[in-house]
Design a protein around this ligand. Structure first.
Ligand code: ZN
Length: 243
């Protein structure tokens, strides 16, 4: 791909090394462009192959959901923060700083969706589902009454989230809870620690399940949920609280 002179200059200026701008266009074509800026966010790769969750979540779904939707949130976020105070913040800092500020809704929505989707990919694994073990299993028994009660609450939260959003297992002041959030909203803005999530935007399930959102949620719990990831988030949260 060859760059126009203007693109080359912009990229060189934004890169770590500012290169003399008198390069002929021909030389620019051989130059490996620097990232747009040192802090630009990139799309996290999936933690497994895009075919790894078939037949429960298809490669085609990942092509759109990860390759198009998640990528678009990353691209939009980078555009929105370029040259602003947000450009030097971490993703979590951007989410917390823009939350609740109507003037910053675009930044919040894209930043939170970048975070939520990376968290969602990790909330699934091949041959997942089943039940958690260890400290998280004991805490679920204690706070929900039984694993089955948790399943019921989680299914209800996902199925009754009107329109787009997310269902979550969170740790809230030391207690496990099921919550649902609308659109890009994410538990950290309420001081809750996310342990596991399911994306219930239509783009998450429409190619594989069409309008059958409850089937998608049931399959997530039976076949995809990554309880090791949730348990590791729980252990990390407990360690931080104890510190
Ligand atoms: Zn999504």
């Amino acid at each position: 791909m060859s760059l126009t002179r203007r693109e080359f200059v912009t990229q060189a200026m934004a890169g770590v090394a500012v290169v003399a701008v008198s390069f002929p266009v021909q030389a620019a074509a051989k130059f490996t462009p620097a990232p747009e800026s040192a802090m630009a966010f990139t799309l996290s790769p999936l933690p497994y192959a895009k075919t790894a969750l078939e037949p429960f979540m298809s490669a085609q779904t990942f092509d759109f959901h990860h390759g198009k939707h998640h990528q678009a949130y990353v691209t939009n976020l980078n555009k929105l923060i370029e040259g602003t105070d947000y450009a030097n913040k971490t993703l979590e800092e951007i989410i917390l700083a823009s939350s609740g500020d109507a003037a910053k809704a675009g930044i919040f929505n894209n930043a939170a969706q970048v975070w939520n989707h990376t968290f969602f990919w990790n909330s699934m694994k091949p041959a997942g589902g089943g039940k958690p073990t260890g400290a998280l299993a004991a805490a679920i028994e204690k706070d929900f009454g039984s694993f089955e009660k948790f399943v019921e609450e989680f299914k209800t939260a996902g199925a009754t989230q009107f329109g787009s959003g997310w269902a979550w297992l969170v740790l809230d002041n030391g207690k496990l809870k099921v919550t649902k959030t609308a659109n890009a909203e994410t538990p950290m803005t309420k001081g809750q620690i996310a342990l596991l999530t399911i994306d219930v935007w239509e783009h998450a399930y429409y190619l594989d399940y069409q309008n059958r959102r409850p089937d998608f949620i049931a399959t997530f719990l039976d076949k995809l949920a990554n309880w090791e990831f949730a348990a590791s988030n729980y252990d990390t949260a407990l360690t931080k609280q104890a510190a």
